[in-house]
Design a protein around this ligand. Structure first.
Ligand code: ZN
Length: 393
């Protein structure tokens, strides 16, 4: 799992000798079910290319670290994605339940892949509802955890049905059902109990979501249950419901996860696409948004950017001043401190820049990335609308 604290430490690290490796180690892929899995072949080939770019006096240390990582890859990794950050005296490993695009970099820690995964698979609350049980599951990075405290079970021992009103054998006959639930005093009573139970569960769910700061909810259950439970959730929560999945009891965790994940991902992609469409439109009207590398970097280093939106595979190289976390498209000295700059991949320094300059970072893929590719794969919403100085920073 990704802990924000670990990422922050890496992001804040001033080390420039870190090997950052992201791999798709998904054991379900046939090319990973052979003696030499594809990610290991990728790693070997990529490291050979990488070593050629490392300055000669650092090469031996890098080679040692590469061997450490290679040894680690001898054991098939547990998850479907693996990220490793390694340097002398540093080893940080993230095993993820989702594949990461293969990538290897040397220099400052390269967090773009891990950050993208965290973005793509933001936490979702799943409410698995049936008549006697409401389970609240937290799905993060495609994995689900059952939150014990938030499993609500209707305790039928409290039902206290009058003697003689106990359900006789055969009451479930077709004829009986056709009379309708409310027409039957027994069933009406049960329905009222269930509704009361759901109402209580709904209140607790709202509390739980508030505490967890999860703003995405998927409902799972039979059509009837999901519909009824949804109407019991408050108006304010309705926009957070990004999808429903129809499942019959018993709903196993595996089944819930398998069915909910595509719904959650589709919702996330839809949200990203809407975000980019909005950004592009606002930028066209010069209304608190910019697109393209020059304008976005300019806004970022002026502290004007509120949220940077970028293609995860984004986008080209920039001149970078390590002292100021300052990047520009053109300048060959730092326009901030006048110090030396180096040519770096924007994706590599973007997370650090966003953090230093107080902007959020949203990494996108799929359809949203296609939409943004017309604008060099990057843009930002702005805090205020002061126009950029003529000379871009
Ligand atoms: Zn500088």
């Amino acid at each position: 799992m990704i802990r924000a604290q670990d990422l922050d430490e890496l992001l804040d690290s001033s080390r420039q000798d870190v090997l950052s490796v992201a791999l798709d180690t998904d054991p379900r892929r046939p090319e990973h079910q052979v003696v030499k899995p594809a990610y290991r072949i990728y790693f070997r080939n990529a490291t050979r290319r990488l070593l050629r770019t490392v300055p000669r006096r650092q090469r031996e240390a890098v080679r040692e670290n590469l061997l450490r990582i290679l040894a680690r890859l001898e054991d098939p990794p547990q998850g479907r994605g693996l990220a490793i950050f390694a340097a002398p005296g540093l080893w940080s490993e993230f095993v993820l339940p989702v594949p990461l695009p293969n990538r290897i970099r040397y220099g400052r820690p390269d967090l773009i892949s891990v950050l993208w995964a965290a973005d793509e698979y933001e936490p979702v609350a799943i409410l698995a509802v049936d008549q006697r049980r409401v389970r609240v599951l937290r799905m993060y990075l495609g994995g689900t955890t059952l939150v014990d405290a938030d499993e609500f079970v209707l305790d039928t021992s409290d039902w206290k049905f009058k003697s003689g009103a106990m359900r006789p054998a055969g009451r479930k006959s077709g004829m009986n059902v056709s009379r309708g639930r409310q027409a039957d005093p027994f069933d009406a009573r049960v329905a009222a109990q269930i509704e009361r139970f759901w109402r209580g569960a709904a209140e607790a769910v709202v509390e739980f979501l508030r505490g967890q700061r999860i703003d995405r909810v998927v409902l799972a259950g039979t059509d009837d249950s999901v519909y009824a439970f949804k109407t019991l959730l408050p108006e304010t929560l309705q926009p957070a419901i990004v999808g429903t999945v129809h499942l019959s009891p018993p709903m196993t965790l595996v089944e819930i996860r398998r069915r909910v994940l595509p719904v959650a991902l589709a919702a996330e992609h839809q949200r990203e696409t809407a975000l980019v469409a909005d950004l592009v439109q606002q930028a066209a009207g010069r209304n608190l948004a910019v697109v393209g590398r020059t304008a976005t970097l300019g806004a970022l280093v002026r502290g004007q950017a509120r949220l940077v939106v970028a293609d995860r595979g984004a986008p080209g190289e920039v001149w970078w001043c390590n002292a100021c976390a300052y990047a520009s498209v053109h300048a060959e000295r730092c326009t901030h401190c006048g110090g030396p700059v180096e040519r770096v991949e924007l994706a590599h320094v973007l997370p650090l820049m966003a953090r230093r300059h107080g902007a959020g970072l949203e990494l996108i893929s799929s359809g949203a990335a296609v939409l943004l590719s017309r604008h060099e794969g990057i843009g930002a919403t702005l805090r205020y609308a002061i126009s950029a100085p003529a000379a871009e920073g």
